[in-house]
Design a protein around this ligand. Sequence first.
Ligand code: NAP
Length: 453
Amino acid sequence: MTQTYIPERPLRVAVIGSGPSGIFATEALLKQTDLPAQVDVYDRLPTPYGLVRYGVAPDHLTIKSVTRGFEKTLGDPRVRFLGNVEFGTDLTHEDALTHYDAVLYTVGASSDRRLGIPGEDLTGSMSATEFVAWYNGHPDAAAREMVLSASGVAVVGVGNVALDVSRILVKTAQELHESDIAAHALTALDASHVQDVWVLGRRGPAQAAFTTKELREFGELHAAEPVVKPEEIALSEAEEAAITDNTKKKNVEVLRDFASREAEGKARRVHLRFLVSPVEILDDGQGRVGGLKVERNRLDENGNAVGTGEFEVLPVQMVLRSVGYRGVALPGVPFDEKRGVIANDEGRVVGRVGEYTAGWIKRGPSGVVGTNRKDATDTVAHLLADAKDGKLPGAAHPTREAVDALLRGKGVQVYSFHDWQVLDAHELAEGQAQGRPRAKVVHRDLMLGHRKG
Ligand code: NAP
């Protein structure tokens, strides 16, 4: 029988993951007026907003202001936030299908890509993702001891994440005080010995993935200055003419400006290097990073990096690989291992009815926060079309009460939107008392202690 959706029996949707794509999908479901809809937004963490809270750099506060709109969405009476609920255990795939007409996976890309070179597992070599999680106070990384005894750090990759981690490594405690960086990271970074950071692009300046605004920031730091080798950013007339992308053109201009500057003698330097590939992370003899061997590259006719057989060793004691995020499979959901995304056709999970996906776990880790609005809206359009065409199987237990009973029965401590608002107010007040934008609570148990009375 085809399900008809009426206010007493609305279309019930579970959104798995409360990052930008999950919230934008929820917003799209609320904005449409064709079908009455009710949305439960789940997150494995007590806190909502995913990468906006735990991925966006702590000193990029304006990007985080997107949460004002997110609050409106989660505060809508048609929506519930169910934090601290893990998909796969607390809410299984089968549970989701029996309680909702449609399930929309928006879990992002929580893992990272590896370099595949010797020495990658030495102490002091890690993914930028781990480092970002640590300084942003992600509860899974809160217990990590990070001693920043390195004077030299290599950051592999030239995307915006590479620039984020490099900038955080060279900012002063005073600069970081104005950010919402986690207190443990602020303390460790204040005591850090970092003097030189090498940001390594395997191709040329015209192929770098970062954006110009983020690049320019290196020219405006209190105690650090950018260093660029003119020969590494030199372009032939043909190469110059081949740059059609405006951002890439502006990147090259900024890099030329950096290369032409006299050294200012600041205490820290960020070396923006191009046409070099890491080939081995060297052992200091005690299982720690003792250097990074890189090979000089040239570009072939297709714009790919090709090794020249010329090597150099960078004096680093820490290596952060920042070569892209990677999605992780969800239990019971088809996964495309090669691409690291949920197997999908324009957001419809392949071989499934009533299951959808949006954001990085749908298309891979690209674009800025706002890119996910259109991506999520596109998926929701398919979901709504299927609902209207009577293609959804219809949930067996389509009520909030049934969901509550299920989770209660499993002993899950659901963290609601009102609970989050209590924690949010606490973090803002604590931050204000310290002259900072926010003081993050990082331990899950402590978060769960802040609840609506
Ligand atoms: P990204 O933009 O895809 O950059 C990845 C970088 O890694 C590229 O430079 C790539 O070079 C390089 N790379 C890949 N494999 C490599 C290898 N084996 N050896 C050396 N280099 C390698 O990824 P991301 O920096 O993780 O950022 C993810 C997304 O989030 C991007 O869309 C980014 O713009 C966005 N983001 C935005 C902001 C912001 O707006 N402020 C901040 C952070 C992130 P090739 O081009 O040669 O492959």
